[in-house]
Ligand binder design. Structure first.
Ligand code: FPP
Ligand code: ZN
Length: 338
């Protein structure tokens, strides 16, 4: 078992750092300084000599672990953590995976899907390496992933799925182009993915509930609320998101917990760090309406169930986003050598 575990997560070690650190920040559990420093040193070993991060030391750079590593380092938020990131090389890695149609491949010679646009936009905006050409044509490409269902598929023409819909929508928000999406059909699609019996979300039409979609699907509602607010929609609530926040909290608290600790997909499944991170992230979305200025809490059960709020675009705590942006905006944007 240990062999299988180590074997199958060997390329997800940067992700493990993020999933665990984000779970701990939601639980408001401090990380000892020496452990935080060890994580920085480990992630430094995951950074590729040509830029970007891999899932483990000595592996090839890939956009998904690059997103996870940058988020993990921003959660740690120390000078040591920020200094790990080679921004100049990160920018040249991002240009190396950019495609002429505006999309990105996940890694050199790899596949295209909308996760990559989000990972690239997330790390570029957090570390202040956005250039005028890096995301040229990306919004148009992302819009082409939205289909007749209202949600987004991984690439144009594929079935709408919560994971890709979150990635595409969050990338559009980062790029300031969310109005290019059909927000009303998107809203209708995601609201219909909350299961009327279970209270949790499914990833796509006619499939089963899964705790991780508590974030990928429910996390879309803060993005949509803000996007529709920007469009001047005066019918929006100032108290709740457009999904059943209480039902989602009940699904996560009552059906997705392992009694020995950790969270899971659905009853009968085993716990893992991915589901722990995204069940907790979804629980936080369902508990906290609003942003830093306007805030309304709905906590199901005891007060000790309360988690910290999370940033709806980056999925790390909002103060950590603000601190990272403030830090990296003191530095100049590197010049791309493409
Ligand atoms: C279907 O799995 C799931 C996918 C094809 C990909 C989902 C994508 C994400 C969760 C987004 C990842 C985000 C980043 C930032 C890398 P399935 O068929 O096992 O599940 P289902 O039955 O619930 O659809
Ligand atoms: Zn899942």
């Amino acid at each position: 078992y240990i062999y299988i575990f180590l074997n199958c997560l060997d390329a997800s070690r940067s992700w493990l750092c993020y999933w665990i650190l984000h779970s701990l920040e939601l639980l408001e559990e401090p990380v000892p300084t020496s452990i935080a420093s060890d994580v920085c040193k480990f992630l430094a070993r995951c950074q590729s000599p040509t830029g970007g991060f891999a899932g483990g030391p000595g592996q090839a750079a890939h956009l998904a672990p690059t997103y996870a590593a940058v988020n993990a380092l921003c959660i740690i938020g120390t000078q040591e953590a920020y200094n790990v990131i080679d921004r100049e090389k990160l920018l040249s890695f991002l240009f190396s995976v950019k495609q002429p149609d505006g999309s990105f491949v996940m890694h050199g010679g790899g596949e295209v899907d909308v996760r990559s646009a989000y990972c690239a936009a997330s790390v570029a905006s957090l570390t202040n390496i956005m250039t005028p050409t890096l995301f040229q044509d990306t919004p148009t490409w992302i819009v082409s992933c939205q289909n007749w269902e209202g949600g987004l598929g991984g690439v144009p023409g594929l079935e709408a799925h919560g994971g890709y819909t979150f990635c595409g929508t969050a990338a559009m928000v980062i790029l300031g182009k969310e109005h290019m999406l059909d927000l009303k059909t998107l809203l209708r699609w995601v609201a219909s993915r909350q299961m009327r019996f279970e209270g949790g979300f499914q990833g796509r039409c006619n499939k089963l509930v899964d705790g991780c979609y508590s974030f990928w699907q429910a996390g879309l509602l803060p993005l949509l609320h803000r996007a529709l607010f920007k469009e001047g929609d005066s019918t929006l609530s100032l108290q709740k998101w457009m999904f059943e926040q209480q039902a989602l909290q009940e699904y996560i608290l009552l059906c997705c917990q392992n009694t020995a600790g950790g969270l899971l997909d659905k009853p009968g499944k085993s716990r893992d760090f991915y589901h722990t991170c995204y069940c907790l992230s979804g629980l936080s979305v369902a508990q906290h309406f609003g942003n830093m200025d306007l805030h309304h809490e709905l906590i199901v059960g005891q007060e000790e169930n309360r988690l910290a709020p999370s940033h709806p675009v980056y999925n790390i705590c909002p103060e950590k986003v603000a601190q990272a942006i403030q830090h990296f905006h003191q530095l100049s944007v590197p010049t791309p050598n493409t």
